[in-house]
Design a binder for this molecule. Sequence first.
Ligand code: GRF
Length: 267
Amino acid sequence: MQPIIRIGVLISGGGSNLQAIIDACESHSINAVVAFVGSDTPEAAGLSRAVKHGIPDFVVDYSRIIQQFHRYALPNDFNLQECLNKQHIFPGNTPVARIEAFLKSRAIAESELLRRIRIFDFDLLVLAGFMRNLTPYLIDRINVRAEIPRIMNIHPAILPAFPGTDGYGDTFRYGCKVGGCTVHFVDYGEDSGPIIGQRTFPIMPDDTIETVRRKGLEQEWRLYPECIQMFAEGRLQVLPETFILPSGATITRTIVKIARNPSGGER
Ligand code: GRF
């Protein structure tokens, strides 16, 4: 018998991925339970899905905090320089003041988020349409053991193509003949973390942005529970791997290795 893992889910919108995860838990097709649902906005329609299933939910109103962040004290354990060094969300030419404002305002919101989620015992944090980049401040407080990342995200494109907020739109507008979705561990960049799983679908001449989005979501609802189950089974290992390029140069990337068999042990 595999242990049952406890998942926290963060959302911003309708929560159809949250629903797919709740359904997979309730039908026992994955060894998991949803311990809580959090949102960065009170308007997230998906919060009602949590209520319907008796799952504790909460909101940390990011917009309100970000607008007034100068009025809040920074968290005592926030180290701006460390976060500046680690983050790679912004391109190199971004003014430092902008990055600092981002890191400070998010750290205030994230410390409130941490305060809310620490009440719950959880093994894995799942971003399911959570439209906020996480900073190193939050990531380091959840990934306490570097070799076992504990935050997953789903992205609506075949990464590393089309990171950002409109993966299906970008895929469609580029004229791609195949679209897809990706589940990855979250790192200090935007949609740049090690890839766990991907699913694809064909894009036909009569497809529109709406049908592409619909086809993509249908794949997401299958992919996310599959990836969560691999985590629950202890099959995901994150390792640096070095490759020799044709030029002779070497490149090291962090790769997710998927074990064929469940580990059967505690994570
Ligand atoms: C999904 O397409 C997901 O890939 C993206 O945001 C959307 C969320 O949809 N990050 P939902 O709220 O789960 O319905």
